[in-house]
Design a protein around this ligand. Sequence first.
Ligand SMILES: *Cc1c(COP(=O)(O)O)cnc(C)c1O
Length: 367
Amino acid sequence: MEVPFIDFSQQYQIIKEEIDVGLKSVFERGAFILGQEEKDFELDFARYCDASYGIGVNSGTDALYLALGCIDVGPGDEVILPSFTFIATALCVSYTGATPVFVDIEEETYNIDPERFKEAVTDKTKAVIPVHLYGQPADMKEIAALAKDRNIKVIEDAAQSHGATYNGKKVGSLGDIACFSFYPTKGLGAFGDGGMIVTDNKEVNDKAFMLRDCGRKDSYDHVIKGFNSRLDTVQAVVLAAKLKRLDEWNKKRNKIAAIYSDLLKDIDNVVCPIIKEDRTHVFQTFAVRVKNRDKVLEAMKKKGIGVLVHYPIPVHLQGAYSEMGYKKGDIPVSEKIADEILSLPMFPHMKIEQVEYVCGSLREILA
Ligand SMILES: *Cc1c(COP(=O)(O)O)cnc(C)c1O
């Protein structure tokens, strides 16, 4: 049996007619840039997140970069983030000229450890970026409390967690600003690149609108040095159709995750995801931990199973950050998880037989 890492063909069949109509309308009207569908989707997505404002941008990376711009992060500032994340979380800090300060994660959730955040705070700390990795929110209560005390802004990296909740509150409404990615493989994925900044803060909203559109206040009235980072209307049509089904698809992901966990629970040396009681997980990624991960990875591939590693190298050990002088052992939990983590196939319309085949294969390989 072949089990791809992701297969969105069923998703496409479900939304096909709806997006055909929507795209035709965009094409006929030529409303490609910031068309009505884009504006409508911004509002719909912000509402979905229980937030007031949504600003569509061209990627999750830009959402993070522009969010930092909205709160004037720049040279001399420090921004704290987990080392175990996709590198974009750190790159956006570097783009501003500020210093990324890498801290360790919790072994249970793979999210930023509030204690390590606390230790890393200095007078220069301007912001913290908790990442809701794989689809489970970080421990936002602890982080928000400390951040408030020290006047540190909280920017959620919600690129992997569309629709997840923490104490009943939606991701996107848990900090000062939230940043989403609509990269195709994310829980809510476009047919290309896209992203969104979500916030309740009117000033952030107003600045983000200008930053993403050449700093313009009005058509040729440019009041700040902005960028060109807009969400295409065409992508908004696709995203709007998927947003309507997101809760249903997240439920399907949870069902698949439950089957995985059930079938894997008695295998020694496989660590399944732990969902904290005060949170819901959306399982953009279903990641387990195994010993000899690289060997297991190769053996799974040989059996026709699409497996990936998110992420094999924590950011503090990436070549791109070599100038910071981190060495192995500096951020131990992140390094350990990076050695053991393995992402199994996961998509809403995955068949039970496919899940069974993946689990059976893993059992055989580990035996
Ligand atoms: C995908 C991702 C990003 C970047 O989003 P892009 O749309 O690919 O630029 C940032 N942070 C995390 C955690 C991600 O998974």
